[in-house]
Design a protein around this ligand. Structure first.
Ligand SMILES: Cc1cc2nc3c(=O)[nH]c(=O)nc-3n(C[C@H](O)[C@H](O)[C@H](O)COP(=O)(O)O)c2cc1C
Length: 394
């Protein structure tokens, strides 16, 4: 990852820069999201497919996340010189070439053996920052090394352990490895009721997947009598004990913010009062998200809450959005509603499942090409210039 300030990204000149790489795109990777999802799910075993595609309870929230986008329509404007388009944005004072990050997704080894290393390579090629999950299949140091080798950028997502020493150690390791922000996920102090996983009796962590960061962590290892290599089951049990902490409060967030030099972004915010509290307690940004409908069934769609959160804290902090972003037009809606950037989740996992790093690259390229074209055809020449006047509510 770059030590110095990165070169500010320039405008997209004359043509869609992301189209240039299309020749490299895997020809048989489906372009339509619906086909991509169906093909990837077909290729995965039932357990992994259910884990990635599934959500909490009856999966009402997952559907509602998509439904919420249908409430907003883009109103294209004409003859406004959209030859040069600028996708760049500033988030947390950091310059991004495009308003897109790859969302933290855990246990990627269940969809492809190259897992987070493949995602890091593709993210760097695409010039999109990658947010690495705590429950990754490769150690955070290995992923950071790939990112820096490839000139990529990374944020680290923290699952806040009930063992404070483990939390502190993970944060320190993320800082030392060169991650540029800490994303603290607040909506997962407990794993939710996920019916597909329960029916399949599938939880990848119980097979030791996604635990690379814990099994290499000095504070976690201190809790064990023997190394995980000698007794994996005992180590897995210990992980289950320390994974989350439902007793956390806003006072704890304030302490955590005080303990790190990294900017802190809290993920899983839906209520504007929570967004305001997070900023009062020192967070630099929030991610409006319901974890892709994976935590609370019948939770409000994330998009529905985005305008209220932006109105409340948008002047004081960065606001990011995820949960339901599938195409360029979805991103335009979220950005016009006031998000500074969006996170792409399940779509890139399906690309990874089908073709490793090349698959993630193809999905990212297609997404960025769509975003750039839709921006220009809406009569807009920059992401920073988008506002609610671009939209009409149904
Ligand atoms: C299989 C899977 C694993 C995930 N793992 C994590 C994780 O480790 N940490 C986290 O903060 N969010 C995690 N998320 C949530 C994503 O970061 C993001 O909020 C979600 O995918 C957005 O919904 P969408 O993919 O439907 O757009 C996960 C999501 C999926 C689908």
């Amino acid at each position: 990852m770059p030590d110095d300030d990165p070169e500010p990204p320039g405008p997209t000149r004359q043509r869609n820069i992301y189209m240039q790489g299309l020749a490299d795109v895997t020809p048989d990777l489906p372009v339509r999201y619906e086909d991509l999802e169906a093909t990837a799910l077909d290729a995965l075993d039932d357990g992994a497919a259910g884990y990635v595609a599934g959500g909490a309870g009856g999966e009402e929230t997952m559907d509602a996340n998509r439904e919420a986008f249908t409430e907003w329509r883009i109103v294209p404007r004409m003859l406004r010189d959209v030859e040069d388009r600028d996708l760049s944005v500033e988030v947390l004072g950091q310059e991004f070439a495009a308003p897109v990050l790859l969302a933290p997704i855990g246990v990627l080894s269940i969809v492809h053996e190259d897992a987070e290393i493949a995602v890091a390579e593709a993210a760097a090629d695409l010039d999109l920052p990658m947010c690495l999950s705590t429950v990754s299949s490769f150690r955070l140091e290995q992923v950071a090394e790939t990112l820096s080798h490839e000139d990529g950028r990374g944020w680290f997502q923290l699952y806040w352990s009930s063992d404070r020493a483990v939390t502190e150690s993970l944060v320190e390791r993320a800082e030392d490895a060169g991650f540029e922000a800490l994303v603290v996920t607040l909506d997962t102090p407990l794993l939710s009721w996920r019916e597909r996983d329960i029916e399949e009796a599938y939880l990848p962590f119980l097979d030791g997947e996604g635990l690379a960061n814990y099994f290499a962590d000095p504070a976690f290892l201190d809790r064990l009598d023997v190394d995980p290599a000698e007794n994996e089951l005992a180590a897995i049990r210990e992980f289950v004990d320390v994974f989350g902490d439902p007793s956390l409060t806003w006072d704890d967030l304030e302490l955590l913010v005080g303990e790190t030099d990294l900017p802190v972004v809290v993920k899983g915010i839906l209520h504007p009062d929570d967004a305001a509290e997070a900023v009062d307690r020192g967070a630099d940004g929030v991610i409006v998200s319901n974890h892709g409908g994976r935590q609370v069934d019948r939770a409000v769609p994330a998009l529905e809450m985005l305008p209220e959160v932006v109105d409340r804290i948008g002047e004081d902090a960065s606001v990011l959005f995820d949960s339901g972003i599938r195409r360029g037009s979805d991103a335009i809606v979220a950005l016009a509603l006031g998000a500074d950037a969006v996170m792409l989740g399940r779509p890139y996992v399906y690309g990874l499942a089908l073709d490793g790093a090349d698959g993630v690259r193809a999905v990212g390229q297609n997404f960025l090409a769509d975003l750039d074209l839709t921006l220009g055809l809406a009569g807009q020449s920059s992401i920073e210039g988008l506002d609610r006047s671009v939209l009409r509510e149904r």
